[in-house]
Write a protein that binds this ligand. Structure first.
Ligand SMILES: Nc1ncnc2c1ncn2[C@@H]1O[C@H](COP(=O)(O)OP(=O)(O)OP(=O)(O)O)[C@@H](O)[C@H]1O
Length: 242
């Protein structure tokens, strides 16, 4: 069974149907990219999955639990992590301290008390290696470059035990080198994590996406591989039409 199942999802703001009957599944370990013109409802779809916004209708099942009416912090505890465009790291704390804070936010005080410090620091090291920040662990987060700050925030989501990570334009403002590195990080993350990524950079999408969903006016316009999406006439019209 898919890790995430979204069925007939709706949300209305005033008279506007921002998300209008979305249906899709995401498999464990998959990287799904959400594309679409401005205002198509991509960010709102992420908001609905993480609980920042409550739907007006439909169902969201995560690991077989219905979550569509659950509060945001409870969804985070279940393993849904959201990375926003503006990073929320503690600039005055070191990279390692930021990760410790994130680790301590894991559900269950019992877990924190019973996991030996040595195992916690081994885990921290693994996470920092994964995002390429092991050699910066003592640096204040405020000294990191834009790209490194984004990777630290991803590391913090992993430290919190997020299994499904939702990201809004993760490569915005990155250099080409940082974008390439981010693509590599995403590929290694997908061994143990599922990613849903809203992204406009098509070369990045081409590198990382296992599957693409194109949204338009709150609904799914097309779904498939990059080749299928690029050949899709409805997709071309939606982009040119806007
Ligand atoms: N909290 C809100 N209140 C009212 N309208 C909203 C709210 N959030 C989003 N909208 C509207 O819903 C529609 C979908 O917005 P959303 O941000 O999801 O689009 P998007 O596909 O992510 O676009 P972009 O690529 O520009 O970020 C837009 O018309 C937006 O103005």
């Amino acid at each position: 069974m898919a890790q995430l199942q979204v069925r007939d999802l709706h949300v209305t703001f005033g008279g506007l149907r921002a998300v209008d009957g979305m249906d899709f599944d995401v498999e464990q370990g998959e990287i799904l990219c959400l594309l679409g013109p401005n205002g198509a409802g991509k960010s709102t779809t992420l908001d609905l999955i993480c609980g920042k916004t409550q739907p007006t209708g439909g169902s969201i099942r995560f690991q077989d639990t219905e979550i569509s009416q659950m509060l945001e912090f409870r969804r985070a505890r279940l393993g849904i992590g959201r990375k926003f465009q503006v990073p929320s790291v503690y600039k005055e704390l070191s990279v390692a301290e930021n990760l410790s804070v994130a680790q301590s936010m894991k559900p269950g005080i019992w877990h924190a008390l019973t996991t030996p410090a040595v195992r916690r620091s081994k885990k921290m090291r693994e996470i920092l290696d994964l995002v390429g920040l092991a050699d910066k662990m003592s640096e204040p987060a405020g000294y990191l470059s834009h790209g490194e700050t984004q990777w630290l925030e991803i590391a913090m989501l992993i430290a919190q035990n997020s299994r499904l990570i939702l990201m809004d334009e993760p490569t915005a403002g990155m250099t080409i080198q940082e974008t390439d590195r981010t693509a590599k990080i995403f590929r290694s993350l997908s061994a143990n994590h599922t990613l849903i990524v809203v992204e406009h950079d098509m070369s990045f999408v081409r590198t990382v996406a296992d599957r693409i969903i194109v949204m338009d006016q709150g609904a799914k316009l097309a779904e498939g591989s990059i080749e299928e999406i690029e050949a899709n006439e409805a997709v071309k019209t939606a982009y040119l039409g806007h």
